[in-house]
Design a protein around this ligand. Structure first.
Ligand SMILES: Nc1ncnc2c1ncn2[C@@H]1O[C@H](COP(=O)(O)OP(=O)(O)O)[C@@H](O)[C@H]1O
Ligand SMILES: [Mg+2]
Length: 280
C-alpha cells in the first residue's frame, strides 16, 4: 500500500486561533493526538504560567480512563487551582436526565465565556486574562444543538474565534452526525480509523485516499492502529494535500513561541521508531 510518497520539508504551524478537527472511532487516538499537540505547544514547566495561553478541555464523556489520563497530564477542574492555572478541565454533565440538551447549553455557554475573555492581556497585580484560549471538545455530537446547527456559542468560536484568539480542537466519532462546517471549515483535519460504512464513505469524500475498495466494500486505508490522514487546509501548498502519518508522535516539536507552535512532520517512510510516551 502506497501512502505518502514525498514529505514536505516545511513545518506545520499551529496558531492559537486554528480550528482542528479530529475524526475517528473510539480508541483510534484522537484524544492522545490532541493532548500531544497541546503539550508540544505548551510544555509543562514551572514557568508555564507565563504563557499567554489557557486550555479549556471540555469533557462530556465522563470516561474514567480519559479523566485519569487528563489528570496525569496536569488538567485540573477550575475549583482546584488558582485562576492563572493553564490546563483547565470542565466536566460538563447533564443537569437533568430528561434534557440531553443541557450538556449542549452548558458547552455553548463555555464557548461564549472563552470568546468574551480571550484576546485581552491585562496585567494588574496578579490578575490577568489569558490572551489565547484553546477549547477542546472531546465529542462534538454531545455539544451541538442538532445535526444542522452547531449552536451559537460554538459557531461564534468557530467562525470568529480567530480574531479573538480562541482556538478549537474538536473530535468526533460520528462525522456523519455533526454539522458539516465543523470539519469543512477546520484549518487542519485529522482522519483516523473509522468503522461504520457511512462514516468511511463520508471520509473518502473529503479525502479520496482515505478508503480503498475491499471485498466487502470501502475499507479505511489506514495500516496503523493510530495512523491518520492529515490535511492543513490553509497551510502552504505542500500541506494542502492529504498526507498519511503512522502516529501523532511523528509530528515533532521544533519551535515554540508565544503565539504559535511549529512542528516538523516526520516522514511517514522514516525509520524512526521514536515514540512519545504518555504519562501513566
Ligand atoms: N499514537 C499513539 N501511539 C501509541 N498509543 C496511542 C497512540 N494514540 C493513542 N494511543 C493509545 O490508544 C488508546 C486510545 O487512544 P485515545 O486517544 O484515547 O482514542 P480516542 O480519543 O480516539 O478514543 C489510548 O490508550 C492511547 O494511549
Ligand atoms: Mg477520546
Amino acid at each position: 500500500m502506497h501512502l505518502a510518497r514525498r514529505l514536505p520539508s516545511s513545518r506545520i504551524r499551529i496558531k492559537p486561533n486554528d480550528r482542528l478537527a479530529f475524526i475517528g472511532k473510539t480508541r483510534s487516538g484522537k484524544s492522545f493526538a490532541i493532548l500531544l499537540l497541546l503539550v508540544l505547544m505548551l510544555p509543562w514547566d514551572p514557568d508555564s504560567r507565563n504563557w499567554d495561553w489557557q486550555i479549556w478541555w471540555i469533557d462530556t464523556k465522563a470516561d474514567p480512563k480519559d479523566l485519569r489520563r487528563l489528570g496525569a497530564w496536569g488538567f485540573r477542574t477550575p475549583d482546584k487551582v488558582p485562576p492563572d492555572y493553564h490546563r483547565l478541565l470542565f466536566k460538563v454533565r447533564s443537569l437533568d436526565d430528561a434534557d440531553e440538551l443541557s450538556v449542549a447549553k452548558q458547552v455553548q455557554a463555555l464557548c461564549w465565556a472563552a470568546f468574551k475573555r480571550a484576546g485581552t492581556q491585562r496585567r494588574n497585580g496578579k490578575k490577568r486574562a489569558y490572551a489565547n484560549i484553546i477549547i477542546v471538545i472531546d465529542e462534538y455530537v454531545s455539544v451541538i444543538v442538532s445535526k444542522r446547527s452547531a449552536g451559537a456559542g460554538l459557531l461564534e468560536v468557530f467562525q470568529r474565534g480567530g480574531g479573538k484568539h480562541v482556538g478549537l480542537m474538536g473530535g468526533t466519532q460520528e462525522p456523519v452526525d455533526i454539522p458539516r462546517q465543523l470539519v469543512s471549515q477546520a484549518t487542519m483535519i485529522f482522519l483516523f480509523m473509522l468503522t461504520h460504512p457511512p462514516d468511511i464513505e463520508w471520509a473518502s469524500k473529503i479525502c479520496p485516499r482515505y478508503a480503498v475498495q475491499g471485498p466487502e466494500g470501502l475499507e479505511p486505508n489506514i495500516p496503523d492502529a493510530h495512523g491518520f490522514w492529515f490535511k492543513w487546509v490553509d497551510g502552504p501548498p505542500e500541506f494542502r494535500r492529504w498526507l498519511y502519518f503512522k502516529s501523532i508522535s511523528h509530528f515533532r516539536a521544533i519551535i515554540i513561541n508565544r503565539t504559535s507552535a511549529s512542528l516538523r512532520a516526520a516522514a511517514v517512510e522514516s525509520s524512526t521508531n521514536e515514540r512519545v510516551k504518555e504519562p501513566v
